[in-house]
Design a protein around this ligand. Structure first.
Ligand SMILES: Cc1cc2nc3c(=O)[nH]c(=O)nc-3n(C[C@H](O)[C@H](O)[C@H](O)COP(=O)(O)OP(=O)(O)OC[C@H]3O[C@@H](n4cnc5c(N)ncnc54)[C@H](O)[C@@H]3O)c2cc1C
Length: 434
């Protein structure tokens, strides 16, 4: 894109990223600094924070996709926003180059830097993956997947060829972490309800396959929860294949390692096999560990780089209980708040504090009334865990208005049948010459 002109900007704090790390950092700094806020500039490609724990429910239509995001202009009061991306960073001269939506460059001078660019899907060189699989990371992914699943039902309803119907109704998810498990469980639940409106399709006509390379689903959670999840999905007819990898999906035909099943055509293939730290931090010359993320100290500062903080999925943060803090929204949010306190301390407000958040637990929803949860060492399953997961996400969500929107979606979803309209044409306006 041609550069039109440069806009110079100067700020006390530059924040890269508007997700859990970046947005909650800026919000907390505003709170701490009260009436004398420093000049904070936050750069993010979207003007909203994606509340990713609600992404699977946005995909299944249980909540309205717009309710899974929080507008940054609603969340933040005094922070300046530049919707675009930071493309270059010079750590020595403390300058960054941002690009806005018009394609114009912004040269930004800063004193302190907070980096929270998150992660990107970790793909491997599997033949056919790029052409035939989709990721599950953004709101666009969730909306696309919902429309895709419903489109497949309509296409299968019209198809007479049995093999083609089978292909259209086969949904394969690669990666059995919580993103893959929740996405599959929510969409399977959507299809189970939706097929009641399709006289020629039953739930048994649909094939759901979940492939996980590890020995069990939900690595990192209590093994009992993984077993419960496997059994719950199994009862719903989902084929869970652990210790199995995708070998190829050329032409949309799924070939798995070992010989658990014969190769099978799958109309929808979703890649949820993990995330890796955003690669841009390495390009900007930050020190990386072998996992590709930036090691920080207990104060979330990069060693040897005064005034540079990294939080969220792109950081390797020492866990107060030993090891490394996991990459979750609840950790990114607490790291953001700690970094805000440490930056505020630099402006003479409060004291520096180390990151001290201890994991409270994790909840995984498995569609209507089903879930698993772990709080400290206690595990919960079934409707109670489902309710706990929902309550926790609601507590994390900022703003009463946002909370009420989600609660009303949940209530409507419990009382009324699902909406099966397929809105795949949204975002592509009709040409006027037609
Ligand atoms: C499907 C799914 C479900 C999940 N469910 C849960 C859950 O139930 N519970 C939980 O605790 N965690 C969950 N997570 C994990 C959680 O979303 C992440 O750990 C969390 O979002 C990390 O926060 P972050 O700020 O590091 O990254 P993000 O929230 O991803 O934000 C990063 C931001 O930086 C922006 N950015 C990147 N590059 C640039 C650049 N060059 N310039 C400007 N901006 C840039 C990105 O566009 C993005 O807006 C889930 C994740 C996914 C994908």
């Amino acid at each position: 894109m041609p550069v039109r002109f440069r806009v110079m900007a100067r700020c006390d704090v530059l924040v890269v990223g508007g997700g859990f790390g970046g947005a909650f950092f800026a919000r907390e700094l505003e709170r701490l600094m009260g009436g004398r806020p420093p000049r904070v500039l936050l750069v993010a490609p979207e003007n909203f924070l994606l509340f990713s724990p609600l992404l699977p429910e946005a995909a299944s239509g249980t909540i309205e996709p717009r309710h899974a995001v929080i507008p940054l202009r609603e969340l933040l009061a005094t922070t300046e926003l530049l919707i675009g991306t930071v493309e270059r960073l010079d750590l020595d001269s403390r300058r960054a180059l941002g690009r806005d939506l018009n394609g114009d460059e912004h040269e930004i001078e800063y004193d302190r830097l907070v980096l929270a660019p998150g992660s990107v899907p970790a793909t491997v060189p599997v033949p056919g993956l790029r052409e035939h699989a989709v990721g599950f990371k953004t709101l666009a992914d969730a909306i696309w997947l919902r429309n895709r699943v419903l489109r497949q039902l309509d296409a299968a309803d019209a198809a007479d060829d049995l093999a083609e119907r089978r292909r259209l109704l086969t949904f394969t998810f690669i990666g059995g972490g919580y993103a893959g498990v929740e996405a599959l469980a929510e969409l399977e639940s959507l299809v189970r309800d939706a097929v009641r409106r399709y006289p020629r399709i039953t739930a048994a006509d649909c094939r759901w396959v979940l492939v996980e390379a590890g020995t069990s689903l939900l690595p990192g959670l209590d093994p009992d929860l993984a077993t419960f999840t496997e059994r719950t999905l199994g009862r719903r007819g989902v084929e869970v294949m652990t210790e199995t990898r995708l070998a190829s999906c050329t032409g949309g035909v799924v070939v798995l390692t070992g010989d658990p099943v014969r190769p099978f055509p799958s109309g929808t293939i979703v890649w949820t096999a993990g995330q890796r730290p955003h690669p841009i931090l390495g390009e900007w010359g930050l020190p990386l560990d072998e996992g590709g993320s930036v090691p920080v100290d207990r104060y979330l500062q990069v060693r040897g780089l005064e005034g540079v903080y990294v939080v969220g999925d792109a950081a390797t943060v020492p866990d107060p209980e030993g090891g490394i803090a996991p990459n979750t929204a609840q950790h990114a949010l607490r790291q953001a708040r700690t970094a805000a306190r440490n930056v505020a301390a630099g402006f003479g407000v409060g004291e520096q504090v180390p990151f001290s958040y201890r994991t409270r637990g994790l909840a995984v929803t498995l569609g209507k009334w089903q879930g698993t949860a772990q709080v400290r060492r206690t595990t919960f399953t079934g409707p109670l865990a489902w309710w706990m997961g929902r309550s926790y996400h609601l507590l994390m969500m900022p703003g009463l208005g946002r909370k009420l929107r989600v609660v009303s979606d949940w209530t409507i979803a419990l009382l009324f049948p699902r909406d099966v309209s397929q809105l795949g044409q949204l975002g592509s306006p009709t040409p006027l010459d037609g």
